[in-house]
Write a protein that binds this ligand. Structure first.
Ligand SMILES: Cc1cc2nc3c(=O)[nH]c(=O)nc-3n(C[C@H](O)[C@H](O)[C@H](O)COP(=O)(O)OP(=O)(O)OC[C@H]3O[C@@H](n4cnc5c(N)ncnc54)[C@H](O)[C@@H]3O)c2cc1C
Ligand code: SF4
Length: 316
């Protein structure tokens, strides 16, 4: 690990300004992703700005009947919140499907959204990776790509986004609240937070350097049956091969987002019109234009079957 300086931020605006001043600075929250990346010298920040003391760790009701989740709310606490369990079951279930109990005790809402890909070549500094080292190439294309994206990738990168929580937030139409280094606040639909790789896979989000996530807002409860189903190689401590977050209304309409298949939580609103016609029709619209590799073509039928199981569970 390379040497770095460390400071505790005293306010959200001060945290944002401290990171903005130094191109090599990073926020640190739970540290469960960033510290691993630093030990492997994939991330080499020269300054860490600790945001844990910013009192962004509560879940509050909003005037429009929704919930505002502080950026520092731990994954364990969010999953256990009675309002989340009652009104946003898909979110609670997605959180509990992620990582392990110990990790969820440390992991934060913002850190979870901003965790980086688990592409094995991103972690292997002996391999070319356009995301880690722009312009070096992509070892995954033509390499081992079982875990990687079947849709939304590019000739430069086919990494998937690893978060379970983000997939549920996409289905719930969540909005991210931020503070910029000049103190201005803005809101970003979670749909627009993560970018597709295109020619610049190293630019992963719509955030500016130094822009701090302060909260995630959920709209008023959508009702319906809320299900999160994650298919993975092991029952614990494993990232999704495919996951489905679904909100299904009694008349069969609803919303569906996928994890494990794309560089961002994958939702195609037009596909949801097909929900009353069943999983095959929805999956066909969701995955139109997919470009799987030989290693991960199995994800296409797996999406259809997982979605079928979710819709059957919702009916039941
Ligand atoms: C063994 C293992 C298994 C895992 N399995 C899963 C899994 O199955 N599913 C899953 O979803 N996740 C899984 N995870 C990932 C885990 O959920 C993330 O590491 C965690 O959510 C990151 O949160 P954090 O607070 O620790 O982030 P940190 O590591 O502190 O930060 C992550 C990134 O977010 C930035 N950041 C943090 N807070 C803010 C903020 N407020 N504003 C702007 N930027 C910020 C940091 O600068 C950094 O770039 C696993 C992790 C491990 C180690
Ligand atoms: S898929 Fe993306 S993260 Fe993986 S090696 Fe290629 S460029 Fe790097």
């Amino acid at each position: 690990m390379r040497p770095f300086t460390y400071e505790r931020a005293t306010s959200p605006a001060a945290a944002a300004a401290a990171v903005e001043r130094n191109p090599g600075a990073r926020f640190i929250a739970g540290g469960t992703n960033l510290l691993d990346l630093m030990k492997l010298e994939i991330e080499t920040p020269v300054q860490l700005v600790d945001v844990n003391g910013l009192k962004l760790d509560s879940v509050e009701p909003t005037p429009d009947g929704g919930l505002r989740i502080g950026a520092l709310v731990r994954n364990t606490d969010l999953a256990a919140d009675p309002r989340v369990r009652r009104d946003y079951g898909v979110l609670s279930r997605a959180l509990l499907a992620g990582a392990s109990g110990q990790l969820r005790n440390k992991a934060t809402t913002a850190g979870n959204l901003l965790q980086r890909t688990r592409c094995p070549y991103f972690y292997d500094t002996g391999q070319p990776c356009n995301k880690r080292q722009p312009g070096s190439g992509c070892a995954a294309i033509g390499g081992f790509s079982r875990q990687l994206a079947v849709i939304g990738g590019s000739d430069a990168c086919i990494a998937t986004h690893p978060s379970d929580m983000a997939v549920a937030m996409r289905a719930l139409d969540a909005t991210v609240e931020t503070v910029r280094p000049d103190g201005a606040v803005r809101t970003i639909p979670v749909a627009d937070l993560h970018r597709l790789p295109g020619d610049t896979p190293q630019i992963e989000t719509a955030l500016e350097h130094g822009e701090l996530i302060t909260a995630v807002a959920l709209p008023k409860p959508a009702g319906g049956a809320q299900i999160y189903r994650k298919v993975r190689d092991r029952a614990s401590y494993a990232f999704a091969l495919v996951s489905v977050a679904a909100i299904v209304q009694p008349d069969g309409s609803g919303r569906v987002a996928l994890g494990g298949v794309a560089p961002k939580p994958w939702r195609v609103e037009a596909a949801e019109a097909e929900m009353p016609r069943g999983a095959k029709a929805v999956a066909a619209r969701l995955l139109a234009g997919a470009k799987p590799t030989d290693d991960n073509a199995f994800k296409l039928p797996l999406v259809e079957r997982t979605l079928g199981a979710v819709l059957a569970e919702a009916k039941g």
